[in-house]
Design a protein around this ligand. Structure first.
Ligand code: NAD
Length: 337
């Protein structure tokens, strides 16, 4: 089975090759007849690059590949039978259009710890300014002015989306002695948490962390109207999907000092810039450049998932998805709408 892996980086190649070897050892000789021939492309899958998929049985894509109608038409025409997402979110695939034409599978969970821990790491960095302290001490500047943070203990965090990642994040926050408020369109009655409506999340939270998927409902869930309701000085964390936040409204809120800080692992227009070294290029996205320039904004390049454990789990589940399809077994991770 030939699989074209798009938007692949050195760590993807390493984890896929390692996991494939491990997988083959584990499943025994019976299944060795299934040969997974991965070919790795650095390019993202888009209308321009879809030609690369010609001659492959499946494509494997990540968060910023653009699997729209045109791309799906081309894949179907080339005889590609499966789109294997190596992530949980599938907002970048037109799943409805793919229905009954090409299979779509995903990795529903690979390490909620990776993402939740990164969210807390960003919050701690922003609050305690360890990024700035690190640069100062490297320069033998041992002054502390401008590095004052606040105790997280006793502060209220509003968590939007209480699925796998949101739950781990809430556990971490509990460990810090924080008060937790939660909002979810489908509240989980089993969780010991105070569910409130969005209005109350905005009005009562010192920190708001987004852990819901990007859907029509959640697009720009954080917009200027929501920001106006929030406590002055609120800190916003987004490790979920960029388009949950209206970035221009966020920038305005920061400029007006209504928002006390933002930790962004994702950004609405990230597809053109994240995962690339653009350090020698003139920036073209003014909103992103302005956000990065703010002293109270931290941006990471959609890296919350990036732990050894998560990469291995992504590779393992993706290989299982591909092998199940090849063997005609039920696709437990199929995405359908
Ligand atoms: P999950 O499916 O376990 O949980 C999502 C939760 O959001 C569910 O409880 C669901 O009921 C809730 N939800 C759905 N619609 C909602 C709405 N309109 N308003 C509020 N809540 C709503 O997913 P997860 O594994 O916890 O992942 C959450 C998100 O994290 C993913 O959708 C993905 O976008 C993002 N993610 C980011 C990274 C990264 O590297 N930054 C990695 C993995 C996942």
């Amino acid at each position: 089975m030939k699989i074209a892996v798009f938007d692949s980086k050195s760590y993807d190649i390493e984890s896929f090759n390692e996991t494939k070897e491990q997988y083959i050892k584990e499943i025994g000789t019976d299944e060795l007849s299934v040969v997974l021939d991965f070919q790795f492309f650095e390019d993202r899958l888009t209308e321009k690059t879809v030609k690369l998929a010609y001659g492959f049985d499946a494509v494997c894509v990540f968060v910023n590949d653009e699997v729209n109608r045109q791309v799906i038409d081309a894949l179907v025409e080339y005889g590609v039978g499966m789109i294997a997402l190596r992530c949980a979110g599938f907002n970048n695939v037109d799943v409805a259009y793919a229905k009954n034409r090409i299979k779509v599978v995903r990795v529903p969970a690979y390490s909620p710890y990776a993402v939740a821990e990164h969210a807390m790491a960003m919050l701690l960095t922003l609050n305690r300014k360890t990024n700035k302290a690190y640069i100062r001490t490297r320069d033998h500047n041992f002054r502390l002015d401008g590095l004052v943070g606040f105790d997280l203990h006793g502060k209220t965090v509003g968590v939007i989306g209480t699925g796998k990642i949101g739950q781990v994040f809430m556990d971490i926050c509990r460990g810090f002695g924080m008060n937790i408020l939660a909002y979810d369109k489908y509240p989980n009655e089993k969780l010991q948490v105070e569910y409130v409506d969005l209005k109350e999340i905005y009005e009562r939270s010192d920190i708001i962390s987004l852990h819901c998927p990007l859907t029509d409902d959640t697009y720009h869930i954080i917009n200027s109207k929501a920001i106006k309701r929030m406590k002055k000085g609120v800190i916003i964390l987004n490790t979920s999907r960029g388009a949950l936040i209206d970035a221009s409204a966020l920038l305005e809120g920061i400029r007006d000092k209504e928002i006390g800080g933002a930790c962004l692992d994702v950004y609405e227009e990230e597809a053109e810039v994240f995962y690339e070294d653009q350090s020698e290029m003139i920036p073209t996205d003014e909103v992103l450049s302005n956000l990065i320039m703010m002293p109270n904004v931290i941006v990471t390049s959609h890296q919350a998932f990036l732990t050894k454990e998560a990469l291995n789990n992504i590779a393992y589940t993706t290989i299982t998805n591909l092998k199940d399809w090849y063997s005609g077994r039920e696709l437990v991770n199929e995405v359908s709408v």
